[in-house]
Design a protein around this ligand. Structure first.
Ligand code: A2P
Length: 334
């Protein structure tokens, strides 16, 4: 088979830059790479494998000759160009939430459901970052002792809201320290030395925000298990690029922390960081730039005397496993 031609839509964004780096670092076999962004970025150059590539404006005609189109320019852009991608005979790997819950679109974490890729009809969705970071470590446990319930509390970085939000966190912090007025324009609340409920819109029917509902729905779809009960509280914290999550997990049968640790020690895409003697556990600073999800604070859930529940704390790079890396792994499966 000849090597694929790849395009990145949203190449200049926070995830786009990491997509380029992942293709480079994983030695992704490709014939050519096309970088696409808005008209604002057209003409700018970016480096890939030591060569300068000129960014082109994303248009309906961008996908002629393209085999795989990695999209990370927001849901409305994905929806706008999906038809053009599919009509050009390319496969879209989409980072946005636009198609995730569509029955005809596989929602894939390669460590969990790689076989789902085969069912694509031109579009494959990359799951929400908080979902990926929570459930990649949980899958090997689910296979050994079915998980019946998950309660997640997230500590989410600025990167999930894009490069402009990361800049806003830096700029807002600088202004705070210098005693200057600063009015946020990307995120709804002051971010420096603060935290706030995730900025996704609230669903009036449930009171949950859309980020939380993504975790609920996507977990069921990816695990292929409609019965798993999930509740989440999603919060933005002033961290640049790695999300943390406190997870409380209930299994069908009793499970010990030692068993959880044993399973996680060989789980693909996971690294156990669990050192009570040093009080050293997963931190965003250690997860940043890493492909693996860090998992630790593995302990029994003292609120469940049946012994079927445990607690876990995870940290994962939102831009890598939470977005770009997972998308490139999907492209590798293709
Ligand atoms: P640009 O840099 O030209 O604005 P982030 O998630 O970090 O905010 O990045 C969003 C990405 O999506 C950027 O690469 C951005 O390009 C791109 N993008 C935003 N709006 C459009 C658009 N209308 N057409 C094409 N690309 C877009």
């Amino acid at each position: 088979m000849s090597l694929p031609s790849v395009a990145i839509a949203g190449a200049t964004g926070a995830v786009g830059v990491e997509l380029i780096r992942c293709l480079e670092e994983r030695d992704f076999p490709l014939k050519s790479l096309k970088l696409l962004a808005s008209a604002r970025s057209a003409g700018k150059t970016m480096t890939f494998r030591g060569e300068e590539i000129t960014v082109e404006e994303l248009t309906e005609d961008s996908f002629r000759g393209v085999d795989i189109a990695l999209f990370s320019a927001g849901g409305s852009i994905s929806k706008k160009y999906a038809r053009a991608v599919v009509d050009a005979g390319a496969v879209m790997v989409d980072n946005s939430s636009a198609f995730r819950m569509d029955d005809n679109v596989p929602l894939v974490i390669p460590e969990i459901n790689p076989e789902a890729v085969k069912q694509h009809r031109g579009i494959i969705a990359n799951p929400n970052c908080s979902t990926i970071i929570a459930i990649t470590p949980l899958w090997p446990i689910h296979q050994k002792n079915r998980i019946t319930r998950l309660i997640a509390s997230t500590y989410q970085a600025a990167s999930g809201a894009g490069a402009a939000a990361m800049e806003e966190l830096e700029e807002g912090t600088r202004a705070y320290l210098e005693g200057r007025e600063f009015t946020p324009s990307v995120l709804p609340h002051p971010y420096a030395f603060n935290l706030f409920s995730h900025n996704a819109p609230i669903d009036p029917a449930t009171g949950y925000n859309e980020e939380e509902l993504k975790m609920v729905k996507e977990t069921k779809k990816i695990f292929g298990d409609a019965a798993i009960r999930v509740a989440a509280t999603c919060v933005r914290v002033p961290v640049l690029r790695a999300h943390c999550e406190a997870l409380t997990v209930e299994c069908e049968r009793p499970i010990t922390p030692a068993e959880v640790k044993e399973i996680l020690s060989t789980a693909p895409g996971v690294r156990v960081v669990d050192d009570p003697a040093r009080n050293y556990y997963p931190m965003p600073i250690d997860a940043s730039g890493q492909g693996d999800i860090l998992a630790g604070r593995i302990r029994a859930d003292l609120s469940d005397p049946s012994g079927r529940s445990f607690c876990l704390f995870v940290a994962g790079d939102q831009l890598l496993k939470g977005a770009a890396l997972n998308a490139v792994q999907i492209a590798e499966l293709l």
